[in-house]
Write a protein that binds this ligand. Structure first.
Ligand code: GYE
Length: 329
């Protein structure tokens, strides 16, 4: 049975807020008032970005850089070009330069402990932005980013509704070992357990890029042909690549093959307007303002929550045209 869109969104809203007790709370009730009284103009922030693989990432980088400029923060920004060793090298550089705070969007979850310990020994706090790292909680001050597990669950809920609980799905996974790929993978499967008629027939990484999404989808089609009835893409860029591959194969994306992706970037809205994408689960990249607010609090000795989650929704083709002009990424 189809459930109404508003009911679905309401259920998702409860899912986001119920476990958090409505508003994110500081982990310590007695927040220490600012003592050192540093301002944005005093701040030197090192930021180790992971790359420029998607529309999401480009918007994220712009948000960090523009906000730094608006606030008057001195930002030292490095793009690691999809390599963890470049991010580690950037952190070591920031330690030598004695920046006040390090912002990091870890490309993968594991392999960070050693360099985080070095930052701690130097007394430089690390703020994780966008992606988590699998390290003990005392090695970073806070994580600012989305609930990727919930995004995966929401993609499955939306997909179940679209296909009436029956589908042969192929999955385009994000960067192997990254927090969003791990959690979007797991969250999707969690909901699929309630829908035995929905089967994942193949799953492979498309590295979060449009080019790889197209290649991997073409390979899926070659292997499974029109037995595929749905695509779950861990981001919009890969979904856009898949759309191209499906058209090249001679099928209609969004019609013969239903597609659900994550991010809610402008390209996804354009695809929904064209009837080629069926839904996109929002993942907010505009983290600049919150990041620098957290950085300032941290250097001033204020307590911050261990996780600052983004508030997100889901978008459908029905109102994509109306919403597109309001999208900034
Ligand atoms: O969904 C994808 C990007 O880490 C949330 O990375 C981010 C993901 C985003 O490349 O498009």
């Amino acid at each position: 049975m189809k459930i109404s869109r508003s009911l679905l969104l309401f259920a998702i809203f409860l899912g986001i807020f119920a476990p958090l007790g409505c508003t994110p709370q500081p982990d310590s009730p007695a927040a220490v008032p600012p003592q050192a009284g540093k301002t944005y103009a005093d701040l030197i922030v090192g930021y180790a970005q992971l790359g420029a693989e998607s529309e999401w990432r480009v918007a994220n980088t712009i948000s960090i850089k523009e906000t730094a400029e608006q606030l008057g923060v001195e930002l030292r920004f490095l793009d690691a070009q999809q390599k963890q060793e470049n991010q580690i090298e950037a952190i070591r550089k920031f330690i030598v330069q004695r920046v006040d705070v390090i912002g990091l969007s870890p490309i993968v979850e594991t392999g960070w402990e050693e360099v985080f310990l070095e930052a701690r020994a130097a007394g430089i706090p690390i703020i994780l932005v966008d992606r988590r790292a699998a390290v003990p909680e005392d090695l970073y001050v806070t994580y600012l980013g989305s609930d990727f597990l919930e995004e995966g669950r929401n993609a499955a809920r939306v997909m179940a509704d679209l296909v009436d609980g029956k589908a042969r799905i192929v999955e385009l996974v994000g960067t192997v070992g990254s927090a969003p790929a791990n959690d979007r993978y797991a969250g999707f499967r969690e909901i699929l357990r309630e829908h035995p008629g929905m089967v994942i027939v193949d799953s492979a990484s498309g590295d979060f890029t449009r080019a790889r999404g197209r290649e991997v989808m073409a390979a899926f089609l070659k292997k499974h042909g029109s037995a595929i009835t749905a695509v779950y893409a861990h981001n919009d860029d890969m979904a856009l690549g898949a759309i191209q591959a499906i058209e090249e194969y001679g099928l209609r994306p969004g019609v013969d093959i239903k597609i659900v992706s994550v991010d809610a970037a402008r390209g996804a809205f354009e695809a929904m307007i064209a009837g080629k994408l069926n839904a996109t689960v929002e993942c907010n990249p505009l983290l600049g303002q919150q990041f620098f607010e957290l950085a300032l609090k941290v250097v001033n000795g204020e307590s911050v929550p261990k996780w600052v989650p983004s508030i997100e929704t889901i978008f459908f083709p029905e109102n994509a045209e109306e919403i597109l002009p309001t999208r900034t990424y």
